[in-house]
Ligand binder design. Sequence first.
Ligand SMILES: Cc1cc2nc3c(=O)[nH]c(=O)nc-3n(C[C@H](O)[C@H](O)[C@H](O)COP(=O)(O)O)c2cc1C
Length: 353
Amino acid sequence: MPVTTQAPPVTSAGGLRIGQLELDNPIFIAPMAGITDRPFRDLARALGAGLTCTEMTAAAAVVRAPAEMVDRVIDLGAGEHPVAVQLVGCDPQMMADAAQICVERGADIVDVNLGCPVPKVVRLGSGAALAREIGATVRVLEAMVSAVPVPVTAKMRLGWDHISINAPQLCSALEGVGVAAVTIHGRTRAQRYTGFADWDQIARVKEAVRGIPVLGSGDVRDPQQVEGRIRQGVVDGVVIARGMMGDWHLLAQTVHQLKFGDPGPDPTFEERVQLARVHWNSVVAHHGEQRGVRLARKYVVWAIKGCSGAARLRARVADLNTQSDLDELYSEIVAAGEGPQGWQRPSFSSGEG
Ligand SMILES: Cc1cc2nc3c(=O)[nH]c(=O)nc-3n(C[C@H](O)[C@H](O)[C@H](O)COP(=O)(O)O)c2cc1C
């Protein structure tokens, strides 16, 4: 086994070092298309996320956008740090050019999506399709590493399917060209979002790399389990994805668990719904009332899950059009209170990662 020459990824204060960047803690928010926009990232950072990440953005859209439109495409806030911008694409020059633009606009890390399973992306040879070809992936990442002064990272699945698992070899090759950290979603492309993430396979990646941080993704819903996996050295950190849906406290509790060895008190029903409202109101403030309320509908549905009379409340969501509609439904949700079964974490079956 080669001896690592890098500083250890875990800092003395319990943070995580990615390249030259020191992050407060190794609990990150996963990139999620249609979800991790600026309001989502701002709240996640306020709740203690060590790093947030944009939704995946096509490198071509970044490079081809007129200068005055680039900020709309990437949408980083002034002073939004630390933040990673995730790019998807397969052309080395285009990816390098897009990475440079992201850094000019404030990205602290540029991440590459090597896991997206959706046909419109894999047909172009990007996302999970690019990860099948280790040589081609290395060329893309190498070009990006040479182009920007910030860490370049990659997020991938275990492999295309269960007979072509290549994440350990791929990550080792990427480390060799200067990729600063990797995130492994413990499912294959064939699995999409079904079944369970395989954390034994994620551990194989940690064994295969020499020293870069390895972050795990997949079914992260339990703060104690996260602490165990980090302490046992299965991974250096985790990214939370669907676990965040309707459960903002999962993030704060996982950060608390890692810092103090316990998740802190469970939130009450009212606290959960209040935090959901902080989020959906900031979505409206950021995107404007018309678009914002439309976008907020799915977040309201997440919050309703577990309410008493959830079906009746859910039926009202399609009619939400204004901020005052949202305020009214919020009051009804609070008045309805928690259902007899208690809070149910929503489960989702689709995504773009
Ligand atoms: C709605 C949705 C959108 C996603 N979008 C992205 C994305 O843009 N980039 C990415 O790398 N992964 C994306 N993913 C994958 C997640 O980042 C994560 O790896 C995956 O959901 C597994 O974690 P989970 O089982 O905890 O949800 C997405 C997932 C979902 C559910």
